[in-house]
Ligand binder design. Sequence first.
Ligand code: GSH
Length: 328
Amino acid sequence: MGMLVDGVWHDVWYDMKESNGQFKRQPSQFRNWVTADGAAGPTGSGGFQAEPGRYHLYVSLACPWAHRTLIFRKLKKLEELISVSVVDPLMVENGWEFKIGDGATGDHLFGAATLWQIYVKANPHYFGRVTVPVLWDKKTGTIVNNESAEIIRMFNNAFNGLTGSEVDFYPEDLRADIDAMNAMIYDTVNNGVYKAGFATAQEAYAENVGELFETLDSLDERLGKGRYLFGDRQTEADWRLFTTLVRFDAVYVGHFKCNIRRIADYRHLPGYMRDLYQTAGVAETVNLNHIKQHYYRSHKTINPTGIVPVGPALDLDSPHGRAKPYAA
Ligand SMILES: N[C@@H](CCC(=O)N[C@@H](CS)C(=O)NCC(=O)O)C(=O)O
């Protein structure tokens, strides 16, 4: 684990002294958008037109943020258009590394050894953390964007003219509600588990765990009234929640000490999670081995022995029971 300082790699853990033991996630720095016609998106500059074969995704199968982009690539029929390289699950002194085997693919574009080398290709003076996912432009040789929330928005619509995909996970009439739901889920659930797990002060940990379970309790209640977060319409908000839920009992309960309840203990969340998991194509994006290997072996300050727990036994393929009574 480390960061780049003026393009030079340094092996350093998160500095939390300034923040009273609270984990603060750094904003992503590459913020251009791929658009249908190459016009600039909401941030950054233009010149990144949706074209088959032009873009490449760098992901970790362990990472919940990168996982969103893989799900959207699958559901939006982008597999033929956007290629992917998968990093090794272990992230230690060199950060994310490229190795081949057991689901890790190596770097298909440059044969690089580490992800930081890709960041330096895009910006030789890059200063900051080296995170997945990364959306790379083969044509101009740079990183278009390294913010998963934005990459999934691009995938949702920029390539529709090429794929013919019409499914819309961010429909106009629900946008404000989806944004509000995302904000709550991001802060207290997606990032909430990290804020609990990386906390180095008891109070910071307890506060974040409390907020996390308050949100999970309220979501469980909401999911008693509809199949998805917005009734019978599957949206971006469901997929953003899913990537944390599917890691929860295997990793966050033990490794991040988010252990007031398991997802399995809830009434509606387990079936909801399996429903999403069983959506065509999604199971192939879930790699519980990478997930467990990454967290338990990479965070030496949390789990110094690097022992990976054998359990829990999860059955994501069992019937989800969610299609009724919610179907109209
Ligand atoms: N805001 C980013 C966050 C991505 C992120 O933090 N990824 C983690 C893996 S789960 C990472 O690569 N961390 C490396 C580091 O912080 O040094 C996004 O959603 O794309």
